[in-house]
Design a protein around this ligand. Structure first.
Ligand code: SF4
Length: 465
């Protein structure tokens, strides 16, 4: 229920976890804590950190925000100079403490821990096969599958990992740590970002490069699709678990999820959004007095719209950053109040103005409708909504909670009908070509096009889960 409330309040797509790892740096768990803190926007349901002193692996985890789960005493229980951490938003498997990561695997060949960002699309078949062979699952998360697959292989630990990975389909960035090494893994389609940085004599790894700034690390590079790094005291070895790769970074990472100070595949997220806003202004101009963005993820695209159109950029909406996550109850009246609590329209800015309102996406349309009402109640003369991405017409199977096909309002309404439904004086979306122009060719656009970059068989199986 909490998720539904938050979903309504955000009216948005939900993030899909974040991972952070440290190798060969003193107080690794403390650094991981800071890293996870900067990835908090990617998942608020649970957080966990595991560390190793070379002899044993200790893990601490809990439900809630990083600051709710960890305090000084709890971090002090995590010694060693190797650590991995995870912030969770549950996509597959649901919530509950058992699904909070890192997952700890106790094995007679040596313990290891796993942190996973993404979604395994052939999880159902793999789980059935593994259970038929005697594997016992302790969580309902798809992330546990890789642990069982690794245990069933033979060879050195890194050989086992390399043999297990080709069995997985879908989106994954993994950090896997035993008492000797850290393994850093990105899926063959490159759906989720994963970056490497240098800190003192060691290394850090993160779902988003912005976390490096927080811990004082220097960005080195992003991992390639299908790449496996084996990080040891003496060296970093790079392997490919398959040569059959493609570069299909999730476009939503640029549009909505990632922090503006992160860079993905060499493109800064703020810059990418600003590019898309400018292209949107070129494609869908309108006569207006001011351009405003919906905080926070749409501010950069609103700036881009203003850059190209010459219409002044203004701050017309203010976000209240201290709304509790669980405070609002989900009846209609309280939902409306919830949106008001989260956002305020600035009457001094919007009154008697023709406003261009830029947002990053529309999922169900409910939030857009409320924001337009807020602006009109504050005296805006006209509100022209411009969306810095295309209509979302298909669900995501790669770890992003875009909701079901029926909930996606653009599957039912044309932009004109949707504009009328949300009370806008006009509504226009960025075209698919505009997204490619702004974000580059190497992106997944499946939720905007319905053309998925992986096999349909696994996706249909996934639907039955
Ligand atoms: S389907 Fe959409 S949300 Fe999912 S990975 Fe592709 S672009 Fe991202």
């Amino acid at each position: 229920m909490i998720k539904e409330i938050e979903y309504f309040l955000s009216g948005k797509i939900n993030e899909e976890c974040g991972v952070f790892g440290v190798f060969n740096v003193e107080d690794a768990a403390q650094l991981t804590y800071y890293g996870l803190h900067s990835l908090q926007h990617r998942g608020q349901e649970g957080a966990g950190i595991a560390s190793s002193d070379g002899e044993s692996i200790i893990r601490e985890k809990g439900e809630g925000l990083v600051t709710e789960v960890f305090n000084t005493e709890r971090i002090a229980k995590l010694p060693g100079n190797m650590s991995i951490g995870h912030v969770r938003y549950s996509t597959t498997g649901g919530g509950g403490i058992e699904n909070v990561q890192p997952i700890l695997v106790r094995s007679h060949t040596g313990d290891f821990v796993i942190a996973h960002n993404g979604n395994i699309v052939n999880a159902k078949e793999l789980k059935m096969q593994l259970e038929a062979m005697g594997s016992i699952f302790h969580t309902t998360s798809d992330s546990e599958i890789i642990g069982h697959l690794i245990q069933r292989e033979v060879g050195d630990f890194h050989e086992k990992i390399l043999k297990a990975l080709p069995k997985l389909e879908g989106a994954f960035s993994f950090l896997i740590m035993n008492n000797e090494n850290l393994f850093v893994i990105r899926d063959k389609n490159g759906f989720r970002p994963l970056s490497m940085g240098k800190l003192e004599d060691g290394y850090v790894f993160s779902s988003e490069s912005s976390a490096f700034e927080i811990v004082g690390a220097d960005y080195i590079r992003g991992l390639k699709p299908g790449e496996v790094l084996k990080v040891s005291k003496d060296e970093i070895e790079s392997f490919q678990y398959t040569d059959c790769t493609q570069d299909k970074m999730c476009s939503m990472e640029y549009i909505y999820f990632s922090r503006p100070d992160s860079s993905i595949n060499g493109l800064n997220v703020h810059t990418s959004r600003r590019n898309c806003g400018a292209i949107l202004a070129k494609e869908s101009p309108v006569e207006a007095d001011i351009v405003i963005g919906v905080p926070d993820s749409s501010l950069s695209s609103a700036m881009g719209y203003s850059d190209f159109s010459g219409i002044p950029y203004e701050m017309g909406l203010v976000k209240n950053r201290y709304v509790g996550r669980t405070f609002i109850k989900p009846n209609q009246h309280q939902r409306e109040r919830g949106v008001k609590m989260k956002l305020s329209a600035m009457e001094a800015v919007v009154k008697d103005k023709r406003v261009v309102l830029v947002d990053d996406s529309i999922v169900r349309g409910t939030t857009s409708k409320h924001i337009i009402k807020l602006l009109k109640d504050a005296g805006a003369k006209e509100v022209h909504m411009r969306i810095a991405s295309s209509p979302i017409i298909s669900p995501c199977f790669y770890g992003v909670d875009t909701s079901t096909y029926n909930e996606l309002i653009s599957t039912r309404l044309s932009p004109k009908e949707l504009g009328e439904y949300i009370g806008a004086d006009s509504l226009a979306f960025l075209s698919n070509d505009g997204m490619i122009e702004g974000l580059g060719k190497n992106i997944c656009l499946a939720c905007f096009t319905g053309k998925y970059p992986t096999s349909m068989f696994s996706l249909l199986e996934n639907l039955k889960k």
